[in-house]
Design a protein around this ligand. Sequence first.
Ligand SMILES: [Fe+2]
Ligand SMILES: [Fe+2]
Length: 291
Amino acid sequence: MMTPEQIREKVKTIIQLPALPSLAFEVVEMVDDPKTSAAQLGKLIAADQALAGKVLKIANSPFYGFPKKISTIDFAIIVLGFDALKEIVISIALVSSLQKKADGYFNTKTFWDHSISTGVIARRLARDIGYRVTGEVFVAGLIHDMGISILNKYFNPEFRRIVDITREMGLSFAEAEESVLGVTHAEIGGWLGERWNLPDQLVETIRFHHTPEKAEANKKLVSIVHCADVFAKQLMTEKVEYDSDLTFNEEALNTLQLNDQNLIQEYLFQYSDVVNSDLRESLMVSNLVGL
Ligand SMILES: [Fe+2]
Ligand SMILES: [Fe+2]
């Protein structure tokens, strides 16, 4: 019998984690470097035609609510700001590297709907509780479940077995993952984040989005994404098949001073437009993900 630790090591070596696209890598490095100027970022984006086109499409979506047409990257940086631009570029790069066609086991649209909703809600929640909002809040929400798409894309037979087990045996998704692989999508996503040199707080958000009490680098951010994840789950009409048993973690609610049923209900009500309006749709399902 292998110990859980050995199983984990084996899985880690078997899974061929993809490399971060070089452009995204450059952007992540720029984000981490306080010396980066808006002009440098603009130059990098403008040099890639396809990327520049996508950025402008998203910059012009109702999500950013700018009344006039934004037709150049330089103008986008001026009106949307540096953080928004970083957020858009990182999202495009990460999402495109995790793409895979839908099948009976993985519903691409529901997956990205859930991810985008979590990102949008995380950003709203951050604002509502007075957390300094940076581009990373949206990105953290957007990629929190990237371990799921890694499993589906690079560990497909095991992913199918996990889905079958949850369907047939009524185990939770995490229990099924544990029984098949000995690890969950949260941990696998964390490995990828590390390999990609994402900022610590992003890696931590992915790794601990189900267990926010374990966070160390930025417990607030992890708690925000955790709660946004639960909000998104409760608000979506089309249910995602994984993590369906997810509920609010007490410690995360305490960290955000959100431990109040009335307040939670109030936020649920306020955030319902995220999933009901075409905001999310216009934001990215077509632009960013390219479905
Ligand atoms: Fe998850
Ligand atoms: Fe999730």
